[in-house]
Design a protein around this ligand. Structure first.
Ligand SMILES: [Zn+2]
Length: 258
């Protein structure tokens, strides 16, 4: 399984920056998990191939690129972009984004080939075939209804939390997975912003250490994701200071093979 976190910001020289304002992971150049920067950072191959977009939740940094992605491809889509999400997230998208005021309601529009966007409802704990993958939502603990995902490609299994605070049931489900190849867990804020992390349902390095004590996959690599760009360096330094074997920060833009 190939996994890439798309870049979302640029340095003064125009090259992509490791700072991550928006979240969008691309699996096998074909399936997007979240669509924060999908509309403007996807490669040409990804633009041609990605027709399934799986959303963790409806916060702007995870969906901002979705309307732009469909807009850009509107006339050439030979199949709809399928948006896979919980019913609650779909309702937010229809009410607050694709509402004819913020953007057109693409779910009601077609091009010469047919509909350009369709919704597929995902239910917690129920696995769905999406492209060549099996994707199972795992409920997490964020300020709005949110899912993490177990993503399976053949025998390869990867779990991604999306945005979340502390969890219990999630870890029971993850600990039951055999042969997990990678675990991607958010760590948005540094420790000194503990209060903000708590009120916004995010992690800090210290909170992450507590969560990883519940995780029994000791040989499985763990990647920190969704670091707030403003505090990235401090958060990385604090994660390194934890001295946890196998824990590293997922590199923005780099392709990973699991
Ligand atoms: Zn969020």
């Amino acid at each position: 399984m190939k996994l890439q976190l798309l870049p979302s910001t640029f340095e003064e020289n125009g090259c992509s920056s490791p700072r991550q304002h928006l979240t969008s992971f691309i699996i096998d150049d074909r399936v997007a998990i979240d669509a924060g920067s999908l509309g403007f950072a996807a490669s040409e191959l990804q633009r041609r191939q990605v027709r399934d977009v799986v959303l963790t939740h409806a916060h702007l940094d995870h969906i901002a690129g979705l309307p732009l992605f469909i807009d850009d491809l509107f006339s050439e889509l030979e199949q709809p972009v399928r948006v896979h999400a919980s019913q609650g997230v779909i309702e937010v998208l229809e009410r607050d984004v694709f509402n004819w005021s913020v953007y057109p309601r693409f779910s009601e529009l077609s091009n010469a080939f047919g509909p350009v966007m369709q919704y597929r409802t995902l239910c917690p704990g129920v696995s769905s075939p999406i492209a060549d993958l099996e994707i199972k939502p795992l409920a997490v603990n964020h300020s709005v209804p949110s899912n993490g995902y177990l993503i399976s490609s053949g025998a390869t299994k990867v779990v991604l939390t999306g945005d979340t605070a502390e969890m219990d049931e999630f870890w029971d489900q993850v600990n039951a997975i055999e042969n997990l190849k990678a675990l991607l867990v958010e760590c948005a804020f540094p420790d000194e912003l503990e209060e903000l992390a708590q009120s916004s349902f995010h992690m800090t390095p210290t909170r992450l250490r507590g969560e990883l004590e519940k995780f029994r996959g000791s040989s499985c690599p763990v990647y920190a994701i969704n670091l707030k760009p403003r505090f990235r360096e401090r958060t990385i330094a604090q994660l390194e200071a934890l001295g946890i074997n196998g824990l590293e920060v997922l590199k923005v833009g780099a392709p990973y093979e699991f």
